[in-house]
Structure formats: C-alpha cells, structure tokens
Design a protein around this ligand. Structure first.
Ligand SMILES: [Zn+2]
Length: 78
C-alpha cells in the first residue's frame, strides 16, 4: 500500500509511514477489525443459536433457584 500523504511505499500493517512519519491510523488507512465487527450480525447462525440456548438454560436455572427459595420460605413460614 501507499502513504496517503507522501505516496511512499508502506509495509502492510504498518502504523506509521517510514518516509514522512505520518500516522496511517489517523488517515484511516488502518482500520481496527474488531471495531468493524461491532453492530454487524454474525456471518454464521451457529454462534447465535448457541448463545440463545445458553440464555434459555440460564433462565431455567434461575427459575429453579427461585422455586427452591420460594419452597424454602413456605416451609419455614408454615
Ligand atoms: Zn508518508
């Protein structure tokens, strides 16, 4: 790739131009791949399904704990 300011050859993935020392991140030449993923739906539905399943399990576990606590309180009061 080339420097956006002096058009000198810059190594791929370099943060600064070796010729003029300009910050390539400032010019938007290098983009953070993790930031680009934010807000974008996942390419595969596999991840989403596993997350949904984990959420359902969490809800079931929470309900079970709530039921046990409720039974405990009823037994203690009665
Ligand atoms: Zn440059």
């Amino acid at each position: 790739m080339h420097c956006p300011r002096c058009a000198a050859e810059v190594k791929e993935g370099a943060r600064f131009c070796e010729s003029c020392g300009v910050s390539l991140e400032e010019y938007g030449v290098i983009r953070d791949p993790s930031a680009e993923d934010n807000g974008r739906p996942p390419a595969s539905g596999g991840m989403d399904a596993s997350v949904r399943r984990r959420m359902i399990i969490a809800f079931v576990v929470f309900d079970l704990i709530l039921a046990v606590v409720l039974i405990f309180f009823i037994l203690k009061m009665g």
